[in-house]
Write a protein that binds this ligand. Structure first.
Ligand code: CUA
Length: 314
């Protein structure tokens, strides 16, 4: 199986990849072939018919019916091959198999989150079983993003206010890069994720484990884990320096100046509200860019994050 990719294409990891690659390779060589003819002709004729001192104009043929038919019909045939080949692949990509496992994908500035049928969720890591068709029901909470997994030859825009649907079937286990392929703001290039393809057993285990992620951890330890895994770390650091959002260092029980000029002491309720309704009380000097975490965090997870933020204050 192809795991390394070629000069032009990344490794092939889905059932669609071979078909896309074959068409892509065909178009590539057709372009090379005609590119050589066109540019070769340009160079050859500009040498052969360059301007000379003694100009001798020969009367050439005014037209050639055979040539004209050839250069009309041959490109038409080539275009039709490309069209029907591409159309067939496009149909396969568009029609989701009936037995597909449906996963909800949410894009927002600047991360991906995934919700699985049994209630498990993950951020920036999509975990799927190998050899099963996966349907992605995708939407955005803010601007247009684009879900792009090169190894699966899968790219689909993710829009606010409507669903876009894509599907794939992974053919091999491993981790594959997930990119956002639509410019969506200052951290667009950092909107990276992974698709982790595992076997059935690992998938079931992963689902079971994600249901009890906080087990055996203290709220602060669990909160510290969530701070990383739910991507708080993208905008909020814990060393007191400024990010896209305020640092978590020494926030709890300290005075916070808000955008509207008012002040408050950051207590548990303020922290909780800022996680679930970030637009309610924006800190002075910051843009209201944080998305709500309402659907992304369970109650126990909000509690753990609040506990973690509290632990960062003296
Ligand atoms: Cu999201 Cu670019």
């Amino acid at each position: 199986m192809d795991t390394t990719g070629t000069l032009f294409l990344p490794p092939s990891g889905s059932t669609m990849a071979p078909e896309v690659d074959a068409l892509m390779t065909f178009i590539f060589y057709v372009c090379i072939f005609f590119g050589v003819i066109v540019f070769g002709g340009v160079i050859l004729f500009s040498i052969k018919y360059r301007r000379r001192r003694q100009v001798q104009v020969e009367a050439g043929p005014s037209h050639s019916t055979a040539l004209e038919i050839a250069w009309s019909v041959l490109p038409l045939i080539l275009m039709m091959i490309i069209f029907f080949w591409g159309f067939r692949a496009y149909m396969k990509m568009s029609v989701v198999p009936k037995d597909a496992l449906e996963i909800k994908v949410t894009a927002q500035k600047w991360f991906w989150s995934f919700a699985y049928p049994d209630g498990a969720t993950s951020v920036n890591e999509l975990v799927v079983p190998v050899g099963k068709p996966i349907k992605l029901l995708m939407s955005s909470k803010d601007v247009i993003h684009s879900f792009f997994v090169p190894s699966f030859r899968l790219k689909r825009d993710v829009l606010p206010n409507r669903y876009s649907i894509a599907w794939f079937e992974a053919t091999q286990q491993g981790a594959f890069e997930l990119f956002c392929a639509e410019y969506c703001g200052s951290k667009h290039s950092g909107m990276l994720g992974k698709v982790r393809v595992v076997n059935d057993r690992e998938y079931t285990d992963w689902l079971a484990a994600s249901g009890k992620a906080g087990e055996g951890l203290s709220p602060v330890e669990f909160g510290a884990k969530l701070y990383e895994s739910k991507e708080c770390v993208t905008c909020h650091n814990i060393d007191g320096t400024r990010g896209d959002g305020p640092s978590f260092l020494n926030v709890y029980n300290h005075e916070v100046m808000l955008k509207d000029g008012s002040k408050l002491i950051a207590d548990e309720n303020y922290l909780r509200e800022s996680i679930l309704h970030p637009e309610a009380k924006v800190v002075a000097g910051y843009q209201p860019i944080m998305p709500t975490y309402q659907t992304l965090l369970k109650d126990a997870e909000v509690d753990a994050l609040v506990a973690y933020i509290k632990s960062l204050s003296q």
